[in-house]
Design a protein around this ligand. Sequence first.
Ligand SMILES: *Cc1c(COP(=O)(O)O)cnc(C)c1O
Length: 384
Amino acid sequence: MIPSVSSLPLRCWAEIDLAALERNLRLIRASLPPHIRYVAVVKADAYGHGIQQVAGRLMHAGADLFAVANITEASQLRELGPGWPILLLSPLLPEEDRYVAEYDFAATVSTPDEVTRLDAAGRAVGRALSIHLKVDTGMGRLGVWHEEARGLVEQITASANLRLAGIFTHFASPDDQAFTEEQRRRFLSALSSSGLDTLPPGRLFVHADNSAGIETMPATSPFNAVRVGLLQFGILPHSSSFLSQVQTETVFSFHTRVGIVKRLPSGSTVSYGRTRKLSRDTRIAVLCAGYGDGIPRSVSNRASVLIRGGRCPVLGRVTMDQTIVDVTEVPDVASGEEAVIVGKQGTDEISVGEFSRWADTIPWETLCSVTKRVPRVYRTALGT
Ligand SMILES: *Cc1c(COP(=O)(O)O)cnc(C)c1O
């Protein structure tokens, strides 16, 4: 008999601590003024954590609105229950317009063409569709250029089948305070030139800040919502004294196990391309994970993993299914033993940030790169 996959031992897995996620949302909320609404960004399978599990927990924890990239992700949220407001952050393909109407999603609009199309989609179902207008204040991606916002607002107001539910912008370099302030100024002036600044507070979602923006949010302003992605997973977008005070916990950790342990003599080389020549007799462990699981090839000869609480450097190139590490300094490593790729073991921790620096990338990409071969194991205890 073929055993069911779920009963087989795990060779490489990600642990997702949903109780930590919930505590993070509550801490982030508590650090913000009470009128600020919480937009939970759960695109890209909730940054690889699993969209349904993450969104389910954030619904319980009190998120106000969910933001996803596309219709597929939005549908996965809709399956969790009707009623939750869902914002689509990416542009719609023309043939996707009708799903916005059918499933009651809110679309992001940047162009007159999108306004015309969505107004027609609303007319087809006989009800007004919610949209958020995006303003380009210097990101140079989506959004109407801030100096042209007024015309688009007029077009939206004149569209009988559209309801303006929000207006927002996105920061290009939130760690650059001067440019971020300039973007805020451009946004506020677009708001007033289009007459939206006189609406009753709370009538529209007015949002700009992602995780990194939060620390520069002015105490009083028309902004009444934040869009939180990375920070709710317990990872700081950059070193920030304000954000580190929030004391979020990392939700994600990445694990594998030792396949074999063996000795290689001094002078021999390790793995493809022979990029690593051993200068001493070495005990190596071959781990049961490689780039097919999301350990990028760029960490070859750079990363370390934790085994028995000790740091074991990666030797040579990461391969598709296996990664070789040096366990000479760690006594008694045996087949089957756990190795932590990202996370805590004993008193040591490899953070998503540290791992990302080894990979020459950013934490967002590290999280999105864990492949679908890797089962996500959910820890759901309420904890402390
Ligand atoms: C992904 C995204 C966010 C969340 O950003 P974090 O830095 O992960 O908090 C916010 N706004 C938009 C438009 C996004 O695309």
